[in-house]
Write a protein that binds this ligand. Sequence first.
Ligand SMILES: [Mg+2]
Length: 164
Amino acid sequence: MKNKFVFDLDGVMRDLHKYIEKKFDSKITHWQWTNGNGEDVCDIINKDLDILLKAEPTEYLPTILKYYPKPEIWTDQPDHWIYGTLEWINYNVGTDCKVRILDTGKKRERLDSHKDLILIEDSPNFDDYERIVLIDKCHNRDVNASVRVYNEKELENELKQAQY
Ligand SMILES: [Mg+2]
């Protein structure tokens, strides 16, 4: 059975954190980060939905597109973010990739029922990291994932090999 990779969006393809870090001159070091006003990443985006459109691609996106020109994207987005998020995807990834709106639990369920799939993720919130390749971020250092990649080259090696 040939494995197929699927991809989380935020932190893997789109860099919302970098945009917010620049805006507030602060490093987002953990999942519960807030700015000086006690607002977290979601609060900040809710006040300025343009961030969804203006955020830059991550350094990983070119490598992903090299191997998967039409990547399947699994992303958890509140309803009112979906419009801006799809616009970002159309512009930065392409207009005809499959996008599934799935929260962490639904992603895990889908991985468990589709054994050929491997998910590229940065979330620290999974109970089980089987067939998940974790992109290293300061907000997921506590997670015990068996496959962790630290840079584009290491991601490329995973995409090339896919021996799981
Ligand atoms: Mg993410």
